[in-house]
Design a protein around this ligand. Structure first.
Ligand SMILES: Nc1ncnc2c1ncn2[C@@H]1O[C@H](COP(=O)(O)OP(=O)(O)OP(=O)(O)O)[C@@H](O)[C@H]1O
Ligand SMILES: [Mg+2]
Length: 303
């Protein structure tokens, strides 16, 4: 069964099961193709779990996310105060807009950082953001947004010419879309190593040419696909959990990442600065600069 037919079958089954998050509607503009329904972001649920919400723009989390986000935008070639500018191009004419959020081990805050970055970019910069669940072993983004299982990255990798929109769920309140892990997501690792991996990510980049694609990864030391994903993206944000990630393990993971992609930045999560609880600090650069840059350098002037 082809993936489009399979999509039809899955949608029909979900419709019968009464799962609204993945029920398609006939879209006259798309020539009758079935598109997933949009979904509502539940800000109360997000706030309960400590995530960014647009109502609380002056919280410590919002301020720190702003610093991390602005620095990331600079690295993607969208530097400048105020609203983000259009994306820079990379070789072959493709936009530099694919960002992977990775870390050494499980539980260091990859999903927390990826989702918060996506929310902050979509609400505060009005940048169209696609948040992709690339963590097939432990996909968590659907659960975070309260969505039922549906098509996603694995399905797109199996059919790289499929329109990415058909496997994305769009938020109603902001230019934010979610691409879940998809069906039989354990196949993602093998699929990424095939030409379909490059083709799929090039299509995602083109589909979000004016925006940014943020991909939540599995841990570097636990899953081979993290390096496969790192090879396909423009920037890697490497999350290090303060006082938890061991230096030798983090160093080994960082070395592996730098072997496949020189554009790696560090994001220190959950650190304590001067006795005050802080979510993120010390966003340092590797890669092009060839060395870690100083923490918080120049961030204050950007707010
Ligand atoms: N800075 C933070 N402040 C508050 N809660 C946090 C922070 N960072 C992470 N958490 C929480 O810690 C838990 C683990 O974080 P998260 O799921 O993001 O880790 P992960 O690296 O994605 O793990 P895995 O590899 O298992 O997917 C989650 O409940 C998350 O909401
Ligand atoms: Mg995670």
């Amino acid at each position: 069964m082809g993936v489009v037919e399979k999509a039809g079958g899955l949608f029909a089954a979900e419709l019968a099961a009464g799962r609204p998050a993945s029920v398609p509607r006939e879209d006259a503009d798309s020539g009758g193709g079935a598109r997933p329904e949009a979904f509502d972001l539940d800000f109360e649920a997000l706030a309960r779990q400590g995530f960014y919400t647009p109502e609380d723009r002056s919280s410590r989390l919002s301020l720190e996310l702003r610093a991390v986000k602005r620095r990331l935008l600079r690295r993607l070639g969208r530097a400048g105060a105020g609203r983000a500018r259009g994306p820079a191009r990379r070789g072959g004419g493709r936009r530099r807009n694919l960002v992977l959020v990775a870390s050494t081990r499980a539980g260091e805050g990859k999903t927390f950082c990826a989702a918060n970055l996506a929310l902050s970019l979509a609400f505060e910069e009005a940048v169209p953001v696609l948040l992709v669940d690339g963590d097939a072993p432990r996909p968590k983004l659907r659960g975070l947004f309260g969505l039922a299982p549906t098509l996603g990255l694995a399905d797109l990798l199996r059919a790289p010419t499929l329109e990415p929109d058909l496997v994305c769920l769009k938020a109603r309140q902001a230019p934010l879309a979610l691409m879940p892990e998809g069906e039989d997501a354990q196949e993602i690792a093998a699929l990424l190593e095939t030409p379909a991996g490059e083709q799929t990510f090039a299509r995602l980049s083109a589909a979000y040419a004016a925006g940014i694609v943020v991909i939540d990864a599995p841990p570097v030391l636990a899953a081979a696909e993290t390096l496969a994903l790192a090879r396909l993206v423009d920037e890697v944000v490497f999350v290090v959990e303060a006082d938890a990630t061991g230096a030798p393990a983090a160093g080994a993971a960082l070395d592996e990442l730098l072997d496949v992609n020189p554009n790696v930045s560090l994001l220190l999560n959950r650190c304590l600065i001067a006795g005050a609880a802080s979510y993120y600090e010390a966003y340092g650069d590797y890669g092009e600069a060839g060395q870690a840059a100083g923490a918080k350098e120049g961030e204050g002037s950007e707010r």
